[in-house]
Ligand binder design. Structure first.
Ligand SMILES: *Cc1c(COP(=O)(O)O)cnc(C)c1O
Length: 476
């Protein structure tokens, strides 16, 4: 930038900053407005070509941003799967709310440091306000607490750490090697497999994550959980945690939460609910009943960057006893600011140290649309999911999953019977849909059976887009 060039360094004057940001905002909104006219995903993506593109900028000397930004946006346009396309029926990556985008921009520019309350009192309190609001909607008691995380994987890792710390008093100082027996925990075979990475990273080892088989429906088989638990106890292992998923990533199935809660409590185990995507339905009084049992959880994961549609990354971790956060994360140093009465410093109650104001994009979205706006959106998406399900089954498709959440995993009676061939057939079908540029869908396995997965996740998706997807599927 001109000023930076004159003085060297990275300094920028106010006029150049305003020009840069206004230009970026105008181009972003225009790109978003015209998105439906352009492909939802790249026709091709060649790593060598992208690297050559990046090589055009040696990054040695200042370049003109006014010229480079449109080129960067064009490159992103060409080489990105666009989750803000109304035909994006993909993974849980939403079209970001504009209030959320504004929140992230404000966060980036003000750049408050949330490690210590005293550095960013407003930001820490605003995040707590969001946590308290969701904690109440999830049915947790007044003793509950929590914090924002980078995403669901960090929140789930926090669930394992807090459970280990609570279950094994020796763990926090002596580590796993101080324990007499090998700890194990349970998650469904259809759960989000970050559990394996978490088992690896915590030193439990991947074998300590016991994957409980699913029923044909794709929900956790509670009898199989009981059997596995009994077997592990016989083998001298130390079970400490059961994870249920409320909205599996593949098929949107909700594990039988009340039965799993009951079993976990009877067995003296911690109970975690991974509601990374599905947890959003707690904002709808009509739909939140599908989460019944979640209020008995010790800990819960809900991602704000999934169905709550704020930009990545924004997860939330909840515990029914906020005191246990400091048991896991406390540390004291002379260089950090001192604690203020009646507040907690997030660096002593969560895994992160330097901490971004992640909660602002959610708080601003709640402010802009209200819980009522979210409720309407979530109910609308759920209804669109039902329309898609009805249209497909009416046109000879077979839905392999049965969930009130808006994911349809569909196959056809004439799909190949051989599992490997069937996978290729469904992958190929998804590729051909995606190659049209009008929609984006993916192949998936539901209880082992290949299918095409379609999730209503973009708030830009309308009934017309559902009809177009059905036509596309029939055509390709
Ligand atoms: C997406 C997802 C996760 C992982 O969350 P990230 O935000 O991607 O880290 C965990 N569990 C479930 C059920 C998910 O859908």
């Amino acid at each position: 930038m001109a000023d930076g060039q004159d003085r060297g360094g990275v300094a920028t004057d106010a006029e150049s900053a305003a020009k840069l940001l206004h230009g970026v905002v105008d181009q972003l909104v225009e790109g978003w407005r015209t998105r439906p006219e352009r492909p939802a995903s790249p026709a091709t993506a060649d790593a060598a070509e992208i690297r050559a593109w990046l090589g055009r900028y040696p990054l040695e000397k200042p370049e003109d941003l006014a010229q480079a930004v449109p080129e960067v946006l064009a490159a992103l346009d060409r080489w990105t799967v666009h989750t803000d396309h109304p035909g994006y029926f993909g993974l849980f990556n939403p079209a970001a709310t504009w209030a959320g985008v504004a929140g992230d921009l404000i966060t980036a520019a003000v750049n408050p440091q949330l490690a210590a309350w005293s550095h960013a009192p407003f930001a820490v309190e605003a995040e707590q306000r969001c946590i308290d609001l969701f904690s109440g909607r999830l049915g947790l008691p007044a003793s509950a607490g929590g914090h924002f995380t980078s995403g669901g994987a960090e929140a789930n890792a926090t669930a394992v750490l807090t459970a280990l710390t609570r279950a094994f008093p020796e763990y926090s100082t002596g580590g796993l090697r101080a324990l007499d027996a090998a700890p194990v925990f349970y998650a469904g075979a259809d759960s989000h497999l970050a559990w394996l990475k978490i088992a690896h990273a915590t030193g439990l080892g991947r074998d300590a994550c016991r994957l409980v088989p699913s029923e044909a429906s794709g929900r956790m088989d509670v009898a199989a959980l009981e059997a596995l638990l009994a077997e592990d106890r016989r083998d001298g292992k130390a079970p400490f945690l059961v994870v249920a998923t409320a909205g599996t990533t593949g098929a949107g199935m909700i594990d039988p939460l009340p039965r799993i809660a009951h079993l976990a409590h009877e067995a003296g185990l911690r109970f975690h609910v991974d509601a990374a995507w599905g947890g959003a339905v707690c904002l709808s009084d009509r739909l939140r009943g599908v989460l019944t049992g979640i209020e008995r959880a010790d800990t819960i994961t809900v991602d704000a960057h999934k169905w709550l549609s704020v930009p990545m990354g924004a997860g939330m971790f909840f515990t029914r006893d906020r005191a246990e956060l400091s048991s896991s994360f406390t540390v004291s140093t002379s260089y950090m600011p001192g604690r203020v009465d009646d507040t907690a410093d997030p660096y002593t109650t969560s895994a992160q140290w330097s901490r971004r104001f992640t909660g602002l994009k959610l708080w601003l979205s709640l402010l802009a649309y209200g819980i009522s706006g979210y409720r309407d959106q979530i109910e609308h998406d759920a209804a669109l999911g039902q329309v898609l399900r009805d249209q497909l089954t009416g046109a000879g498709w077979l839905a392999l999953n049965d969930t009130p959440l808006p994911i349809v995993c569909a196959t056809r009676a004439d799909a190949p019977a051989d599992p490997a061939e069937s996978w290729r057939w469904h992958s190929d079908l998804a590729d051909r849909v995606n190659a049209t540029g009008s929609a984006w869908v993916s192949p998936v396995r539901v209880a082992g059976r290949p299918a095409v997965r379609m999730c209503v996740i973009s708030w830009r998706t309308r009934t017309e887009d559902i009809a177009r997807l059905r036509e596309l599927l029939d055509r390709v």
